[in-house]
Design a protein around this ligand. Structure first.
Ligand code: GUN
Ligand code: FE
Length: 418
């Protein structure tokens, strides 16, 4: 079956390359992208066209690091540094998800909000609760979202009602993995971060991940006190990343959130292992963690994509998170005596879309052979320019000015989900 969309097509096939096709055509054959055209080839004569008029057809977003249970505390209590913030706000909030009805309500709304902002792929942390995690996966699946969700593992330093024994953590992880039967939402091994997991648990998770061929996600070098703590816990490790490598979790497609304070050696280890850096600029400023050396990491050839890190991050909108990444890179430029260039809008868009989608096996931009992950955006409520704006200018403005009500349609895995 052939489906043809018409509209102002915008996509980012490569870092820094923003391509537009004004009033162009996007053709799907049996739900798979077949081509992009500025003029429709004659072989499609007579095939009906879904014409989106002057709207923009853009890539949907990928949120590569987000904490589902923390949605309940979104945009509250960002007044403490990481370790104190976890103990004071995040852990007590996550403990609430022993209540599966609360989990259902919150996760249903979370899934709907993600779609409403045009996020169709995620790498997400749940809490340590197996049942709530399965509910989360179910709600994401129902909303039409694709991606990975992890039951969080933590057998130390969790505080009241948010800690498992090592044995329980591993047993529950197996029970959870054995219950995951979703079409678009898959499990990912999720040790919270090194201070939350004993060596025995890490060893067990590393083994489980290898046996079942699962990816891994965690946190790395987010905050200086956290890093000092990790050095005390693992005096044999020269750098934080080695605490994951030690247990077989440092491999291709491991996702490491933050990497704000990763030095050159750690960055090289990330690049050489094909680990994905989930850069969470808003969170890094909210929790006063720092500004990550994103430009430097990109120049060094690391794979970087973006995460909202709600609720260290304050907003699910990935357009807003792209904006934060650009702004943080400019602050870093100012603070580094103008030594590092900032992220351009085209680069930001790439990081918030293609770089994340590639984690799921997608190609560059709207690539032939890929399923469609797209949003249709109506920006007609924004101010008229002194001349007609180019499609590129309109895309640029949307990074800063995206609103939920602009997103007219959302396609995820080629299904219309809004
Ligand atoms: N490190 C360990 N857990 C967390 C978390 O929930 N949020 C953030 N930002 N960092 C973490
Ligand atoms: Fe996080």
């Amino acid at each position: 079956m052939t489906t043809i969309f018409r509209g102002n097509i915008v996509h980012t096939p490569r870092l820094g390359e923003l391509k537009t096709i004004p009033r162009g055509y996007l053709v799907l054959e049996d739900g798979v992208i077949d081509g992009l055209y500025d003029h429709l080839p004659h072989r499609y004569d007579g095939v009906p066209v879904e014409d989106w008029g002057d709207r923009l057809i853009m890539q949907s977003f990928a949120d590569m690091h987000v904490h589902a249970p923390q949605y309940a505390m979104e945009a509250i209590g960002m007044d403490l540094p990481l370790l104190e913030w976890l103990q004071t706000y995040a852990f007590p909030t996550e403990a609430r998800y022993a209540d599966t009805e609360f989990a259902r309500r919150t996760y249903r709304r979370l899934a709907q909000e993600l779609i409403s902002w045009g996020t169709t792929r995620v790498a997400m942390f749940s809490s340590l609760h197996t049942d709530a995690t399965l509910i989360l996966m179910e709600e994401l699946e129902k909303a039409g979202i694709c991606g990975y969700v992890g039951k969080v593992n933590m057998d130390r330093n969790g505080g009241e009602n948010l800690q498992e024994t090592t044995e329980e953590s591993l047993r529950e992880t197996v029970r959870w993995l054995d219950s995951c039967h979703f079409a678009h939402i898959h499990p990912i091994i999720t040790p919270r971060f090194t201070p939350s997991c004993t060596d025995e648990l890490m060893r067990g998770l590393g083994k489980l991940g290898r046996e079942r061929g699962l990816y891994v996600q965690s946190h790395l070098s987010e905050n200086l006190s956290e890093m000092e703590w990790v050095r005390q816990l693992h005096p044999d490790c020269r750098r934080y990343w080695e605490t994951y490598q030690k247990f077989g979790m440092w491999r291709s497609h491991t996702i490491m959130a933050h990497c704000v304070h990763s030095d050159v050696r750690e960055q090289e280890a990330i690049r050489d292992a094909n680990v994905l850096v989930a850069h969470c600029a808003a969170s890094n400023v909210n929790l006063c963690s720092g500004t990550a050396p994103v430009r430097e990491m990109l120049d060094r050839g690391l794979w970087v994509a973006l995460g909202s890190d709600v609720a260290g991050g304050d907003h699910l909108s990935m357009a807003r998170n792209i904006e934060h990444a650009i702004r943080a890179s400019k602050i870093r430029r100012i603070e580094s005596n103008w030594h590092t260039p900032f992220l351009t809008v085209a680069e930001g868009l790439y990081l918030g879309t293609t770089a994340g989608h590639r984690y799921f096996g997608a190609g560059n931009g709207f690539a032939k052979g890929d399923k469609l992950h797209a949003i249709v955006v109506d920006d007609s409520a924004l101010p008229e320019g002194v001349r007609e704006l180019t499609v590129r200018e309109r895309a640029e403005r949307l990074v800063y000015q995206m609103r939920q009500e602009f997103i007219t349609a959302v396609y995820s895995d080629s299904r219309r989900v809004r």
